[in-house]
Design a protein around this ligand. Structure first.
Ligand code: T4K
Length: 369
């Protein structure tokens, strides 16, 4: 067995020769960005692939969060999860919105709907949950709370490309959902993202907002931003759609091996897959119980590193522990016991389409004593 570097992920890349003809067309047309030909094609292709009617492409997965908040005119306080990538909460902060953290469910890592109502105040205007690792939130429970209190729901679905529950896209829920197509995601456009909404008028508004607010050559309807995806990345994204299913299949096979080999290791647990859900296997988080496993999460993480295996502790520290957010009342440790438990135990094992049997053996041999 070799000692080659194993990273937590490796980007899916379309074969270079497949990209060449697209690049030639772009060079020929001299149309590089601003709602170009491939941009239009990719929005259409993604809406078919993802089974959602309206897709607005973006240049990354953070801007759609920012724009969703603007489009829905969210202000005041928003209820969200601390167990996510920091971009989720930053999007609120950049909009002058106060995040209110609610604890998560240990079974999924997602916001616990049973704890949302207690966090609602007269200033609450929305809920921003995350389908963390692509695990679907309890969308029905969240919607019924939102309906009861007249709140909007924006899902950060950065990890949930192609995820379905009972045959329906998880992106269909809430008022809007956002996706990230960053290089490290199951489906990538190098950098990129999308905002999913449910009607043509809202899509039109989103498309104005991602283009500085321009609605025609001389009319600016709102203080928009530049969130546009360029033609090179849109073309690359079209090609990726031909290959992403194979990559997901390989990820599933790897997840099955991890599950099989780790299920009887004392002190190591992982989330259970539900038969009603079509997953994308974007991450494989495990949780280390130091007492039962014998060594701490950080010791295991360092041990892996010393063997050239670069797993990652997504999502540690919790967002609520970063300096910007630490002082908020909802950031107190007592308010977030489950989130702390997950963050203190988590390691995301290497998970990508290029992992080979040898790589998996190296990872598992080190973990299974
Ligand atoms: N909401 C949620 C819930 C998110 O998770 C994210 C992003 C967002 C919103 C915002 O979406 P974006 O604006 O990013 O589209 C990564 C990603 O940068 C970030 O997109 C992602 N979530 C987050 C969970 O992870 P880092 O700091 O861990 O990336 P980095 O550079 O350390 O790379 C991770 C591993 O991937 C390394 O082992 C190297 C490998 N890698 C990375 C890149 C960039 C490659 O092999 N090739 C590459 O090109 O943040």
């Amino acid at each position: 067995m070799g000692n080659k570097k194993i990273l937590v992920t490796s980007p899916l890349l379309p074969p270079l020769k497949e990209l060449q003809p697209y690049l030639e067309k772009i060079w020929e047309s001299k149309w590089l960005t601003n709602n170009g030909h491939y941009h239009t094609q990719l929005e259409k292709a993604l809406s078919e692939y993802l089974k959602v009617p309206y897709v607005s492409l973006f240049t990354n997965g953070t801007l759609p969060l920012m724009v969703a908040l603007q489009a829905l005119r969210i202000t005041g306080e928003v209820i969200t999860t601390p167990y996510s990538f920091v971009a989720t909460t930053h999007a609120l902060w950049w909009n002058g919105i106060k995040p209110v953290f609610v604890d998560v469910d240990l079974a999924t890592g997602n916001i616990d709907p049973n704890k949302i109502e207690a966090a609602i105040t007269p200033k609450t205007t929305a809920i921003m949950p995350v389908h963390v690792y692509g695990n679907p939130c309890d969308v029905e429970a969240i919607q019924s709370i939102a309906d009861k209190y007249g709140l909007k729901v924006i899902y950060d679905a950065a990890h949930a490309f192609g995820v379905e529950e009972n045959g329906k896209s998880i992106l269909e829920y809430g008022d809007m959902s956002t996706l990230s197509f960053h290089a490290t995601k199951t489906y990538n456009t190098i950098e990129g993202g999308a905002l999913i909404c449910h009607d043509a008028k809202t899509k039109e508004q989103i498309d104005y907002l991602k283009n500085f607010g321009f609605a025609g050559e001389t009319t600016v309807i709102a203080p928009g931003i530049n969130g546009k995806m360029d033609e090179v990345r849109a073309a690359y994204g079209l090609l990726q759609l031909k290959h992403v299913d194979n990559a997901i299949q390989r990820r599933k096979a790897i997840a099955d091996i991890y599950r099989k080999e780790l299920k009887n290791v004392e002190g190591i647990t992982f989330f259970q897959d539900l038969s009603t859900v079509k997953y994308n296997y974007s991450y494989f988080p495990i949780f280390v119980d130091e007492e039962k496993y014998g060594i701490s999460r950080d010791r295991l993480y360092e041990k892996m590193k010393s063997k050239n295996i670069f797993a990652r502790r997504y999502f540690y520290p919790l967002i609520s522990d970063f300096s910007t957010y630490r002082g908020l009342p909802s950031s107190s440790k007592d308010n977030l016991p489950n989130a702390h438990k997950l963050a203190d135990g988590v390691i995301c094992l290497p998970m990508h389409h290029e992992l080979e049997e040898d790589d998996l053996s190296r990872i598992l041999e080190l973990m299974v004593k």
